[in-house]
Design a protein around this ligand. Structure first.
Ligand code: SRM
Ligand code: SF4
Length: 564
């Protein structure tokens, strides 16, 4: 492949001297709130995105001011596991340097929004003081490794969490650039002294995502991951993992060669083969992924183009591991579990619903203050979930009552505001911070749910769990293509409606209505709710019903999504 065909980001990575770029100079330039354009790509590998307030964009332009630049910072938290003292550190940073909120993400991590350039270095340093970091939270590398958020529920979950942490560590970039730039680490004179044994000098062609899952809950949406490990348990012990590859959500409206895709099961491996197989998957994608077109650069297209058989053979060759026949598994749901649950050693865990993952104080619903009070009084664990929620973990019997009263006092216990539809909802960030948003998401979905809830109640479906996810653009950050109702932003107030996905994340939804406004979405869904209320089988989920009755086309592979 000639260098001339490579994307601009490839040249930026190559010239960055292992992720240094000219970031330090940019941080020290007081004349602008931004960093150099090329450094906006480099900073992503350090978990940092330059953004500007899109609510203010046109007014600032009119006044001939530079955009209201600030930065989003994402921390890396394998499996979403935090101590309460780490949480208190994160809370302090949100209050002092960001916009007084912490955003729980769809990958069990957290984000800050609104950090201005002069506070960036301090903020990153304080995140590190909380024994966390932001390395590889973004960029063309392996991102936050997900793991089922109830590790205390069994020894299986605890072991899977250990695997996730080890994999996260193994696939971290080895460049010292992060420590030099953000933590005043010792400078390495020549980039040549840095070595990236897994990634090489230009890292991966595109982002890469990995997750572990423990059936029957598919809370991490394992089929949406580039690389997934489905835990196979027999007689209370982990036998090994079925490996999945080639999942991904992003697509572009109107470009039919882009599509969401669910991963394929490659085969079965033993627990000690996780690391070597993961590395072989990553290096195969490193060497064969398309570096000439970022819209075609994810692993899902490498596999789609070359075939699963080819990919399996290549991974086997590189790893020396021969895949066994996949073991049987079954998933029941891709959402979170809520309320109190007790684990195998008697401790309690409370699954707390956090609407769109936004932890802040909103009128009577004071989530930030409530979680602060809780963390100050109780030495528990906080566990971020893959669906933007939080589990208050490892609670002793005698502390349950006090935690219950705090949840009530701060107006945040689940029953205070959550219908089954809302409990199964997710919305991506979108406006005002996301530079790619085409429509509202986090700020709008709650209102739409109010209206849908009213209609569901009218049809006697108020207690029915239905998954609904919204994104402000087709990139799919809230995994909308595997929600029974998926709404994908197309323009201001306009969405493509996807229907018919599986309740457990095993089937993609089909586009049902394009460029629809609220009225059109409600009008399209109401007769489908009515049909569902009248003719569903017992315990049949909405998405399955729509496909069985032919109301919606069944999608058997992502590449067919545009066929209809
Ligand atoms: Fe995402 C880009 C937010 C999970 C697919 N995502 C972005 C950016 C950084 C916009 C940008 O590039 O300028 C968004 C920042 C918004 C903001 O203001 O904060 C953004 N993505 C998010 C989060 C915060 C959504 C949320 O509401 O929680 C999630 C952070 C996860 C984390 O902690 O790491 C988030 N993004 C996802 C997921 C879901 C997942 O990983 O399970 C996906 C779909 C799965 C996938 O990767 O295929 C996802 N984000 C994308 C894409 C499309 C990638 C593609 O292959 O086409 C982009 C755009 C891109 O990469 O060019 C994107
Ligand atoms: Fe932004 Fe689009 Fe992701 Fe939403 S789906 S956060 S609008 S990139």
């Amino acid at each position: 492949m000639s260098d001339a065909n490579l994307t601009e980001v490839e040249s930026i990575k190559a010239a960055s001297r292992h992720l240094r770029g000219t970031l330090e100079d940019g941080l020290n330039d007081p004349l602008t709130g931004a960093v150099a354009d090329s450094d906006t790509h480099v900073s992503k590998f350090h978990g940092i995105y330059q953004q500007d307030d899109r609510d203010l964009r046109s007014e600032r332009k009119r006044q001939k001011l530079e955009p209201a630049y600030s930065f989003m910072i994402r921390a890396r938290i394998p499996g979403g596991l935090l101590t309460t003292s780490q949480w208190l550190g994160l809370d302090r940073i949100a209050t002092e340097h960001a916009n007084q909120t912490i955003r729980l993400t769809t990958r069990q991590a957290i984000q800050y929004h609104g950090v201005v350039k002069r506070d960036l270095k301090k903020t990153v340093a304080e995140i590190n003081q909380a024994a966390l970091d932001t390395i590889a939270a973004c960029g063309d590398v392996n991102r936050n490794v997900m793991a089922p958020p109830l590790p205390q529920l069994s020894s299986i979950h605890r072991e899977v969490q250990r695997q996730a942490e080890a994999l996260s560590e193994h696939l971290m970039p080895k460049s010292r650039a992060y420590h030099e730039i953000w933590l005043d680490g010792e400078k390495i004179e020549s980039s040549k002294t840095d070595v990236e044994p897994i990634y090489g000098d230009t890292y991966l062609p595109r982002k890469f995502k990995a997750a572990f899952v423990v059936p029957p809950q598919n809370d991490v949406d394992v089929f949406s991951q580039d690389l997934g490990f489905i835990t196979i348990v027999t007689n209370g012990k982990i036998l090994g993992f079925n490996v999945t590859v080639g999942g991904g959500m992003g697509m572009t409206h109107g470009e039919t060669d882009t599509y969401p895709r669910l991963g394929d099961v490659l085969g079965f491996i033993s627990p000690d083969a996780v690391r070597v197989v993961a590395e072989a998957v990553v290096t195969t994608q490193r060497d064969f992924g398309d570096r000439t077109n970022r819209k075609h650069a994810r692993l899902k297209y490498t596999i789609e183009d070359r075939g699963v058989e080819w990919f399996r053979a290549e991974v086997e060759r590189r790893s020396g591991v021969i895949f066994g026949e996949p073991e049987k598994f079954a998933f029941v749901a891709n959402g979170d579990t809520y309320g109190w649950q007790q684990d195998d050693v008697g401790a309690w865990h409370y699954g707390l619903f956090v609407e769109s993952g936004r932890v802040g104080d909103f009128g009577d619903r004071r989530i930030l203050s409530g979680l602060r009070a809780l963390a100050q009084r109780h030495n528990t664990e906080f566990r971020l979930t893959p669906n933007q929620n939080l589990i208050i973990g490892k609670v002793a019997d005698q502390d349950k009552a006090s935690i219950n009263s705090l949840l009530v006092e701060y107006g945040i216990e689940n029953s205070a505001h959550a219908s089954p539809l809302r409990l199964n909802s997710m919305a991506c960030v979108a406006f005002p911070t996301c530079g790619l948003a085409m429509a509202e998401s986090e700020r709008y979905l709650p209102t739409l749910i109010d209206k849908l809830d009213a209609d569901l109640k009218r049809h006697g479906l108020g207690d029915e769990p239905i998954t609904i996810r919204m994104t402000g653009c087709p990139n799919g950050c809230a995994r909308p293509y595997i929600a029974e109702i998926g709404l994908v932003g197309k323009g201001p107030g306009r969405y493509t409606l996807f229907l018919g996905a599986g309740f457990a994340g095993g089937r993609l939804g089909a586009p049902y209505l394009d460029n629809a406004n609220e009225e059109e979405v409600l009008a399209a869904l109401s007769p489908l709710f009515e049909h569902y209320a009248l003719e569903r089988h017992e315990a049949e989920h909405f998405g399955d019903f729509l496909v069985r009755t032919g109301d919606v086309r069944e999608i058997t592979a992502g590449r067919h999504i545009h066929d209809g």
